[in-house]
Write a protein that binds this ligand. Sequence first.
Ligand code: 9UX
Length: 71
Amino acid sequence: GPERLSVAVAGMTCASCVGHVEKAIGKLPGVTGVAVNLATNRADVTFAGVSDPGAVVQAVESAGYEVPETE
Ligand code: 9UX
C-alpha cells in the first residue's frame, strides 16, 4: 500500500522555496503527494508503493536545500 515519509528540510527562507522543494520531490517516481511546510521545516511525502528516502534527500539537495544529518 501507500507509504508516507516525513523529512526535515533546512534552508528554506521564503514561500517560493517551498514551491521549489515541492516541485523537486513531486517529480520523483512513485510520488503521489508532497506537502512542504515552511514553518515546521518538514516535507511530508506520499508514495504509491515503497518509499525511497534516499531519492527524496537527493532531490532536496539538488534543489539547493539540506536534509539535516540527524534526520
Ligand atoms: Mo525565496 Mo528560496 O526569494 O531559495 S525562493 S529564498
